[in-house]
Write a protein that binds this ligand. Sequence first.
Ligand code: ADP
Ligand code: MG
Length: 248
Amino acid sequence: MHQSESNLRAINISKSYGSLQALKDVNIDINPGTITTLIGPSGSGKSTLLKALSLLEYPDEGTVSLNGNNYVFKNGKGDVTPVPWPDITVVFQQLFLWPHLTLKQNILLPLKKRGIKKDDKTVNELIDQLEMATFADRYPNEVSIGQRQLAAIARAISLNPKFLLLDEITSALDIEYVSKILSKLDQLKNEGIGILLITHIIGFAKRNADQVVFLDGGNVVESGGVEILANPKSDRMKEFLSLMISAH
Ligand code: ADP
Ligand code: MG
């Protein structure tokens, strides 16, 4: 297997909203079986990058490649076939759980919609594994934020993604569930899933990250191993980290 073929990669991605350039020639590589943490100030383009990588929003210019498919964009136009979902699956901060469905039904519905056959046993096993059994039959408004986060992650995982992208799901912190979610991400990484985690919590950025990418003003200012968190080169990243640490 060619490593590059199974990577999720963005090449020279640019994206503007009107006169605001949200991403400028961004390059990022997400490898299978690794965790990449994406950090950066609010408004630096993190969510825009995640949406471009997942092809949920088209970049203006650049290429996204997945499994040997190149999705090329020019002037905001491109051809997204074959569709990359659910090989790429995203969990958003807002979670987007259906309020009128129980957590378990929330997990089951996309499977049905996509024609993915999973028996009740497999889904129950996932629910057990995430220790959700006691509340899986409740509705989203009857559980805690951490429990909702688990449900959104379970729903994403059940689609068997090759790449899982998570946008600040940890910002509404429910301490009880943080380590559970992190352990699950570690396990998925060990199973070969490539994970991109947007987070503003330095502990998350550090823990088992194979790659850290610092975005500022739509540019990748620094990227590398976790050691860049201890030894940032740029003033922008130094300043950002000092705020990150004092805020948590
Ligand atoms: P982050 O996730 O790092 O906080 P975003 O990617 O959400 O940043 O946003 C990057 C920049 O693009 C910000 O200045 C934001 O206001 C702007 N932006 C994001 N989405 C839109 C949109 N749909 N329309 C206009 N501007 C947007
Ligand atoms: Mg964001």
